[in-house]
Design a protein around this ligand. Structure first.
Ligand SMILES: [Mn+2]
Length: 333
């Protein structure tokens, strides 16, 4: 990978107060990018804040023992935004994915750097490094840090980078896993990363409530096209009944995709009676981000999502036909 980092390095060297943010419902890649850059830039002497639209999910708390990451609150942070002379957005393909903080930042004209790996990244900013071949945004951060300040690399930075690489490749299983992914992982392990420790925090810290909800969902997966398409709903009632919380639902769609024969899995999550989050996961034959884009979302070829202002029934009726159409194409083959 050969990216032109120099304009970004120059910009960083003339900045003092940096704000970092990532997409709504942040994942290991967005959060790992933030924490890796946070540690690097604070070591360089910059003042850095991380403010995200959504709360920090439990399984990533270990990355932030000092509570550096805060959740955006317009009353609390609104006026402070003006004080930053540089903004970083990580792992974000479109401004709407930033939530309210994105809308408020857009009014301020602060120089913005965007580092991402989503195809068809549409975000408008002053400096942009987008590489859809990068398995994770943290791999791009790793490249930047190695170039800009290799001496500052340490175990904490390596851990944050590893978290993004591990989660975005589905623990080195997904289509985006390459020889380079393993080479990077090996370098990070040499810097002190303990993969078992990271894996335990991220994947083995589920609450019994989340597992109860997953159990409920598993009993009523809908299969179509000889089980190639699997879709399911998660209602407000299900969440209440299980005692789980909305931010614990990550991973359900990946889990359903893992069923034998399933090529594509789709989740319809009722966030509110008129607000449905849809997740699409594909094993590799069906491209799903085009469908997500049609409904105001986006993502990667085989992992995408969108949120629509519709009822659950309306969302199913409007979106499922497109998934069926895409599935039919591979049935015919
Ligand atoms: Mn990512």
């Amino acid at each position: 990978m050969n990216h032109n980092w120099q304009p970004i390095i120059d910009k960083l060297k003339s900045s003092q107060k940096v704000l970092m943010t990532t997409h709504v419902n942040p994942d290991g890649d967005g959060l790992g990018s933030e924490m890796a850059m946070y540690h690097c830039l604070t070591k360089m002497g910059l003042k850095v804040c991380i403010i995200n639209e959504s709360p920090l999910p439990d399984e990533y708390r270990f990355l932030d023992p000092d509570h550096i990451i805060s959740q955006y609150d317009k009353m609390k942070h609104g006026l402070l935004l003006e004080e930053f002379d540089l903004v970083f957005t990580f792992d974000v393909g479109g401004t709407s994915r930033l939530g309210k903080i994105g809308a408020d930042l857009a009014k301020l004209n602060i120089p913005t750097i965007c580092i991402d790996h989503h195809p068809e990244n549409q975000i408008s900013c002053d400096f942009k490094i987008v590489d859809e071949k990068a398995p994770a945004t943290t791999c791009l951060i790793y490249e930047l840090i190695k170039l800009m300040c290799p001496g500052l690399m340490d175990q904490k930075i390596a851990e944050a980078i590893f978290v993004g690489l591990m989660t975005d490749t589905g623990s080195f299983r997904f289509e985006n896993t390459t020889a380079r992914s393993f080479e990077t992982a090996a370098e990070l392990i040499n810097l002190g990363v303990k993969p078992a420790y990271i894996h335990r925090h991220v994947y083995e810290s589920y609450t019994p409530e989340r597992m109860k909800l997953l159990g409920m969902i598993l009993q009523r997966v809908n299969y179509e096209y000889d089980r190639r398409l699997a879709w399911f709903t998660v209602t407000i009632d299900d969440i209440r009944q299980s005692g789980a919380s909305l931010d614990e639902i990550g991973g359900f769609t990946d889990f359903i995709r893992s069923i034998k024969g399933v090529e594509v899995s789709v989740m319809f999550l009722e966030v509110k009676p008129d607000r449905i989050r849809i997740n699409f996961r594909s094993k590799g034959k069906i491209i799903v981000n085009a469908i997500a884009r049609k409904f105001g979302g986006g993502g990667h070829n085989f992992a995408a999502g969108s949120t629509v202002k519709l009822t659950l029934k309306e969302a199913i009726n409007q979106i499922l036909p497109d998934v069926r159409k895409a599935t039919r194409v591979i049935v015919v083959k």
